[in-house]
Design a protein around this ligand. Structure first.
Ligand SMILES: Cc1cc2nc3c(=O)[nH]c(=O)nc-3n(C[C@H](O)[C@H](O)[C@H](O)COP(=O)(O)OP(=O)(O)OC[C@H]3O[C@@H](n4cnc5c(N)ncnc54)[C@H](O)[C@@H]3O)c2cc1C
Length: 393
């Protein structure tokens, strides 16, 4: 099949893994999320109900949690992992709980990551693990270090410990044949994260890409940063691992820039972001001999473009240097279609106790109302599939 003609409207393939009653749940969730007032009210009411210890956990679990999370624990995600695997879709387990912001909390997060690696190494459907450095060390200290502020000896030790935690996780993952993605976060400490990640790449990516950094293409300096990272890798003899995303913190970034009176690092328009994202895909495919690429996106045009670039570059669909990735419960029309055609596809599968993943769920809800068209797109596809099933029965 020619990549330009990939049909992302093929709802039969997109939702073959879901029962009709599950789709009805999705329909309800996306209808609710398309209304900003419902998201706002729902967020307030849920927080209130939990504070008052009202029995709302069951409702949350059956609806929004079921849509976007794999389970409450690693083991709990087994069914989801197997189900996705049956359709050729791989899993990236994502512990979506914000731990305590102290050394004990950071150690707990590290231990959870090590448990994920143990589990993943016995499961054929988990090629990557993922970490957020904000769970492994203080972002205030990272910000200070990035600003080249004076650090006390204790602060230096804490940042050193943070890097050691990252190293311990990557060391274990690499010894078990797993790759590791490090998520991108807010610009005011992202350069600190980059520093750690490039030191890890120099150590672990000598023979193949194990460690992947994340590039947020909504930043107007990101194409340049990506190109410099590729040169650095080339010069220092390691493979560059790159996960490309558009970026999740646009509002926060703009607000801070305005408040603190510096130029926003974010592009002024969505069009400029789309253009840079696609340029970044082209750049990575041009250098794919010395790179690993993961396109973390729900954008159909960019996904189609990557498939086309692979075709033009005679890169096999199953070549493990190229992955497509989406979040669980979103853009199944992209994930399951590409997987059906034989491409490498993975889903981020968030997990954690219901009460503790609520911030993640609220972010998904907000994102789906703030990104023009996304929940509308999900809703339309689910509705189309429900109609198709009804007329087929
Ligand atoms: C597997 C995966 C991993 C991810 N990991 C990370 C991560 O590590 N760090 C991170 O920050 N995000 C991450 N994200 C989220 C990602 O950055 C996007 O927020 C999300 O995927 C939506 O972008 P899109 O490419 O899917 O789709 P689209 O719907 O095409 O794009 C929406 C995005 O475009 C940008 N945008 C929208 N409107 C404007 C505007 N007016 N001006 C400028 N830009 C605009 C924003 O970035 C917005 O999120 C990840 C997403 C996925 C699927």
């Amino acid at each position: 099949m020619q990549s330009e003609s990939i049909n992302f409207d093929d709802t039969a393939t997109a939702f073959a893994h879901r029962s009709t009653s599950e789709l009805k749940n999705s329909h309800f969730v996306f209808t609710s999320m398309s209304k900003p007032w419902m998201v706002k009210t729902g967020t307030v009411m849920t927080n209130l109900a939990l504070k008052m210890k009202l029995p709302v956990k069951g409702i949350i679990k059956k609806t929004i949690f079921n849509q976007f999370c794999g389970g409450e624990s690693i083991k709990d995600c087994s069914n989801t992992i197997t189900l996705l695997g049956d359709y050729n879709v791989q899993t990236i387990l994502d512990y979506s709980v914000e731990g305590l912001k102290n050394e004990d909390g950071y150690n707990d997060t590290k231990e959870e990551a090590l448990r994920v690696i143990d589990f993943a190494s016995t499961n054929d459907h988990i090629p990557f693990c993922v970490l957020k450095m904000s769970g492994l060390g203080s972002t205030d200290l990272m910000t200070k270090a990035q600003n080249k502020e004076q650090l006390s000896e204790i602060e230096k030790t804490k940042l050193y410990n943070c890097e050691q935690r990252v190293n311990e996780i990557i060391h274990k993952a690499s010894s078990k044949g797993l790759m590791v993605m490090i998520d991108a976060e807010e610009s005011w400490f992202q350069s600190f994260i980059d520093g750690v990640v490039y030191r890890m790449m120099a150590k672990y990516n000598k023979e193949r890409p194990i460690v992947y950094n994340t590039y947020q293409m909504y930043r107007h300096d990101m194409l340049d940063r990506l190109s410099r990272a590729q040169i650095e890798a080339e010069v220092n003899g390691y493979y560059l691992g790159a996960k490309l995303v558009r970026g999740a913190y646009m509002e926060k970034e703009r607000e801070r820039a305005e408040e603190m009176e510096y130029e926003s690092p974010i592009h002024g328009t969505k069009e400029a972001v789309d253009k840079d994202y696609d340029e970044a895909l082209k750049f990575c495919m041009k250098h794919i001999d010395r790179m690993g690429l993961c396109a973390g996106t729900h954008n159909e045009k960019s996904s189609r473009l990557l498939a086309q670039l692979m075709e033009e570059g005679a890169i096999a669909k199953m070549d493990n240097r190229v992955f497509f990735a989406q979040l669980l419960g979103m853009s199944d029309n992209i994930s399951f279609k590409l997987a059906d055609l034989g491409y490498n596809v993975a889903k981020y599968v968030p997990y954690g106790p219901v009460e503790k993943v609520l911030p993640y769920l609220f972010r998904r809800a907000e994102e789906n109302t703030s990104i023009a068209g996304q929940s509308g797109r999900e809703y339309t596809l689910v509705k189309k599939e429900l109609r198709r099933r009804k007329s087929a029965s």
